[in-house]
Write a protein that binds this ligand. Sequence first.
Ligand SMILES: [Zn+2]
Length: 120
Amino acid sequence: MAKKNFLKIAKTCLQLKCPNCGEGKVFEVQADKFLAFPEMHKKCPKCSYRFDREPGYFLGAMFVSYALAVAEGLISFFILKFGFPQLEYFSIACIITVVILFCAISNYKLARVIWINLFP
Ligand SMILES: [Zn+2]
């Protein structure tokens, strides 16, 4: 039972969907704006579940975003260190910085959805 719930929660997190109904999208679709800052819906478009409970509710999502960035940095480091042993540490640090910056917007979205699911 718990494993099934975990899989359902992981699926809604990765799809950036509502934690209540699992159908409504948490973020607005901005297909016309490339690299635009993502905007959240105030409520779920399907079930009217309110995402932003109180002022500062998403402050904790910052820590989730930090953990995601650290994980991406570590994964990148091990891939670069053991996949490309000729690279110097400075080059590895530059590549990791680019990877983390490239993933910043998706981290922001994913961190908020994870936060909503952790503290519904
Ligand atoms: Zn919903």
